[in-house]
Design a protein around this ligand. Structure first.
Ligand SMILES: C[S@@+](CC[C@H](N)C(=O)[O-])C[C@H]1O[C@@H](n2cnc3c(N)ncnc32)[C@H](O)[C@@H]1O
Length: 241
């Protein structure tokens, strides 16, 4: 079994406007198409049944340039109420065109530029008021950046501020590791190629996220391999009658 190993990814050490980083972020979009990330997220989000007449508050952690959920917004717009979407990332990568594109689907997007660990400390220190509560928190290719101590803090903060978390991360295993060495076939640059391998080593398997989730009662937890390379986790607060 591959032991979990978290190492800084090359993309995280590059400036937002570095052309090599920009190219790597474009590679990521190609990888998402290949891995059918949007379809996976839409499938998971369709299980959420928003109350009619409400506005849904969604937080995406580690949202990058914020474009990942655009296709999700397009598919869900006909059946979902309006959405207030906050795109949190440590880098300012969300541009006006992306915000305008969300608006076409009735989603009001705003970017929040901060380190998730600062967000997590604030969210756990001050009990979440209505303005800082989320109907759903989404993390895609993000939680694997953190070692188990940081992960504990981030998951505690998520549990304190939402009723539902959806996360899809790299699966840690020999098959995914072999796949990560082949991203060059999709034309990925050197940064993406190196980070794909690091991501698999830092990824998750079995019930590893469940084991870190806070042990408070009232949550339904589901964690499983998804497709050939992904590992998804859903935490949903059970409704009290
Ligand atoms: C692999 S990218 C994934 C982007 C997007 N979620 C996707 O799936 O396309 C990871 C993102 O996490 C952000 N990130 C890494 N460490 C972070 C931190 N400590 N706080 C906030 N964002 C962070 C990076 O800037 C990057 O945009």
């Amino acid at each position: 079994m591959l032991p979990r190993r978290v190492q800084a990814e090359l993309l995280d050490g590059l400036a937002a406007t570095d052309p090599v980083a920009e190219r790597s972020r474009r590679d990521l979009k190609r990888l998402h198409r290949f891995m059918r990330t949007r379809a996976r997220l839409v499938r998971m989000l369709r299980q959420l049944v928003p109350a009619p007449g409400t506005t849904l508050r969604v937080l995406e952690l580690g949202a990058g340039d914020g474009t990942l959920l655009l296709g999700v917004a397009r598919e869900l717009a006909p059946v979902w109420p309006p959405v207030e979407l906050t795109l949190l990332d440590r880098l300012a990568l969300v541009d006006g065109a992306t915000v305008a594109e969300y608006a076409r689907y009735g989603w009001t997007a705003r970017s929040s530029v901060m380190d998730v660990l600062d967000w997590a400390r604030a969210a756990t220190e001050f009990s979440a008021d209505a303005a800082s509560r989320w109907d759903v928190v989404i993390a895609n290719l993000f939680l694997h950046h953190f070692d188990s101590l940081e992960l504990t803090l981030v998951l505690e903060a998520i549990a304190a501020s939402t009723d539902e978390l959806l996360a899809c991360e790299p699966r840690r295993g020999w098959g995914a590791l072999a796949g990560s060495h082949l991203v060059s076939v999709l034309g990925a640059n050197a940064v993406t190629r190196a980070d794909a391998v690091l991501s698999v080593h830092a990824g998750f398997r079995e019930r590893e996220l469940t084991a870190v989730w806070p042990r408070t009662a009232g949550w339904s937890l589901q964690e499983e391999a998804s497709g050939a390379f992904s590992h998804c986790f859903r935490a949903k607060r059970r409704r009290t009658q």
